[in-house]
Design a protein around this ligand. Sequence first.
Ligand code: UTP
Length: 292
Amino acid sequence: MPLQIAKAVFPAAGLGTRFLPATKAQPKEMLPLVDKPLIQYVIEEAVASGIRNITIITGRGKNAIEDHFDVSYELEHVLELRGKQDQLNEVRQISNMINFSYVRQKEALGLGHAILVSRDAVGNEPFAVMLGDDIIDSEVPCLRQMMDLFEKLQASIIATCEVPKSEISHYGVIRGYPVDGFNGRVVRVQDVVEKPSAAEAPSNLAIIGRYILMPEIFGVLEKTASGKGNEIQLTDAIRLLLEQQPVYAYMFQGTRYDAGDKLGFLKATVEFALRRADLGAEFKQYLKSLKL
Ligand code: UTP
């Protein structure tokens, strides 16, 4: 029987230095996009893709994430007393959506290390990794697109998108060749390079925050030495995995917002607010009145 994806890991133990001082005592993943924390958008993408088991990797100062997805008796009681049924349903839905487990990464030793600490929770099966600050707006949820592709390829898949040369040095970058039969959207990965200079970048295909990984990644992560920034880099581990088995990159359909970055966050806020039935029209009017 072909392998399927049932679990997703959400590494959320990073320090969020790009968003200081907001992230000094508050997790980046809890910054609200309009009125919902970033990570909730991504959890909802996982749920819409069919995932029911989620492991969140947390660290110091990340308690707000656990509280957010927990049952909040006091809040529910107050909403019930006040007859706020819609808000009550919304709050309940969050804690009922999914089976959550939490694993602590004691030190922020890198994304690769964060994934390694999820090993016992995941077990010996392929799984998804989703970064809570990459918000993807798409008709078919990005992870669902990747899970459909996984059913055919039965191999690790990295989500990728084209970025301008001027921004490529912020990303892990793919070197590879297109695979026939997927409308140019699938690339067989030959190498991945972490944050190359524009001149050294092997392509304009940036790795973004969605992955499907085969369980062999854990054995490889164990052997991966600290790389750039003294962190255990997932890209270094993927390079080692490539020596054992094929890895693919997938150009997903949809728009991605880097909401862990201030400008990306502002763009996402404006666009999501404009789309809201309760806010959009008035907000649009306000923006127009600014006469920029
Ligand atoms: P980032 O590279 O975005 O780092 O991590 P960061 O610390 O969150 O943010 P900046 O760059 O300093 O502003 C990518 C993902 O990996 C997680 C982060 O929480 C984020 O979701 N991560 C990173 C960990 O879980 N543990 C780590 O040790 C490092």
